[in-house]
Ligand binder design. Structure first.
Ligand SMILES: Cc1cc2nc3c(=O)[nH]c(=O)nc-3n(C[C@H](O)[C@H](O)[C@H](O)COP(=O)(O)OP(=O)(O)OC[C@H]3O[C@@H](n4cnc5c(N)ncnc54)[C@H](O)[C@@H]3O)c2cc1C
Length: 418
């Protein structure tokens, strides 16, 4: 998949996209399809170097909500005490003010407005995922629907709650649970297959994809990024798109743009299963664990941890998720584990993504901070970035996504990335 600059001699591009996760790959494809010359740079040796390595793989547009909600504040203490904890926080010096901003954003009004806007984007994006599927460009997209299951009877009435018998008619692989809900309008997509398909299509439209290439420094000249210094040498650029997941904060810092991103670490464990183990995704509502059938394996995903970015992940936490999942899907018990993984969701303190151009640097766009919803929102993010950067169609209604909402610092120290 990788092309080499040496082989092409091309050292100058209309667009450089930094990061080849679900977001960067989608943007590269959209820009290349619109006729721009594009280079995608990723420091990893191949697809899935960041958070897009694995995720629950669910497109559930009506479940999308900002991270900062009153429910998060209300439920976090209980979620931190669960075994295994669904939420973990290691307070560090930098994290505490960030969490303060998250809490301040979690007002009922702000959360309601952000949720409505995000769901509209998520619905548009799901439509785009389906269009890609119809064109043969979303190879693993399947409409499955999904179940929310409760191990204990929920407090208060829940509209549409199904009995254990009704649930098992829908999903015979389920153990008896207290009740659940059936959502019909949901889809499954395998993350790395999606990224590969986007990059393949970008390359079919002449984009260059350079894995193993770290962007170390953005070279500023006259209020623009003139070039990128990379481990593959200097590349001249017309426009830069920062789609580097949780690392986007450090790259933004180089050019004086403040992006207060934090990693929200989640865990995944993939289990080989026999046919009929599970047909549709199951969300364990109390534990915030998701069990998704993907091809001939099942993925268990969950947890959100803040403050541990610099520490090596303890992958026993992925096994703890599997333990809980096997209580509800007994067919997972004793099956071979194919993979364990932990990754940092790029999270903003208002819990809303960052999508758009900045006033700080003339030719820089940002696409990150998608937190728990990067897979579903990737296609619409690509469309918004391409509309702004190629067609100069900045939508004033999208100011809520602007990178400039975190305010610019007066002075900055340009740091080179090793
Ligand atoms: C457990 C879990 C479950 C999830 N479930 C879902 C789900 O069901 N549905 C959903 O929509 N979302 C889900 N998500 C969220 C989703 O996976 C993320 O939002 C998404 O992967 C973020 O993608 P990205 O492209 O922004 O970042 P990344 O995938 O992190 O990509 C950034 C890339 O930038 C590269 N990079 C960084 N710095 C540099 C540099 N200096 N030079 C060059 N390259 C650089 C990295 O190598 C990386 O490949 C889940 C996440 C987790 C952890």
């Amino acid at each position: 998949m990788t092309t080499h600059l040496d082989g092409t001699r091309q050292r100058s591009f209309d667009f450089a996209v930094i990061g080849a996760g679900v977001v960067g790959a989608s943007i590269a494809r959209e820009l290349a399809r619109r006729g721009a010359s594009v280079v995608v740079l990723d420091r990893a040796s191949g697809v899935g170097g960041g958070c897009s390595y694995a995720n629950a793989g669910i497109l559930a547009p009506d479940h999308v909500s900002p991270l900062a909600t009153p429910a998060l504040l209300r439920e976090a203490p209980l979620q931190m005490m669960r075994r295994p904890p669904a939420v973990r926080v290691r307070p560090t010096r930098g994290l505490t003010p960030w969490l303060g901003k998250l809490a301040a954003s979690a007002t009922p009004t702000r959360a309601r407005v952000a949720q409505a806007r995000l769901r509209q984007l998520a619905n548009e994006s799901t439509h785009l995922h389906r269009e890609l599927g119809a064109q043969g460009l979303n190879p693993t997209l399947r409409k499955t629907g999904a179940l929310d299951v409760y191990l204990r009877h929920p407090r208060g009435p829940v509209a549409g709650l199904l009995s254990p018998t009704e649930l098992r008619e829908l999903e015979p692989g389920l153990a008896p649970v207290a009740g659940g809900l059936h959502h019909t309008e949901e889809w499954v997509v395998e993350s790395r297959s999606y990224v590969r398909a986007m990059l393949d299509d970008a390359m079919a439209h002449d984009a260059k994809v350079l894995f193993g290439t770290t962007v170390q420094q953005q070279v500023l000249s006259g209020g623009r990024v003139a070039a990128l210094d990379t481990t593959a040498g200097r590349i001249r650029v017309g426009h830069v798109v920062l789609a580097s997941g949780v690392e986007s904060g450090a790259l933004a810092d180089q050019v004086g743009l403040r992006l207060p991103l934090r990693g929200g670490r989640g865990y995944v464990v993939d289990v080989a299963t026999s046919a009929g183990t599970l047909a549709k995704p199951v969300r364990l509502k109390e534990h915030r664990v998701v069990v998704t059938p993907i091809k001939d394996w099942v993925r268990v995903a969950g947890s959100i941890e803040f403050g541990d970015e610099a520490r090596t992940a303890d992958l026993r936490r992925a096994d703890a998720l599997l333990e809980v999942a096997a209580r509800v899907v007994p067919g997972l018990r004793g099956r071979p584990v194919l993979d364990r993984w932990a990754g940092e969701r790029p999270c903003t303190p208002d819990g809303v993504p960052v999508i758009g151009a900045t006033n700080t640097v003339q030719n820089l766009s940002v696409a990150t901070g998608h937190g728990m919803w990067g897979l579903i929102l990737a296609p619409v993010t690509a469309r918004l970035i391409a509309d702004q950067a190629i067609n100069h169609r900045a939508d004033p209604d999208l100011a809520w996504l602007s990178p400039d909402r975190f305010a610019r610092r007066g002075t900055f120290l340009s740091r080179r990335i090793a």
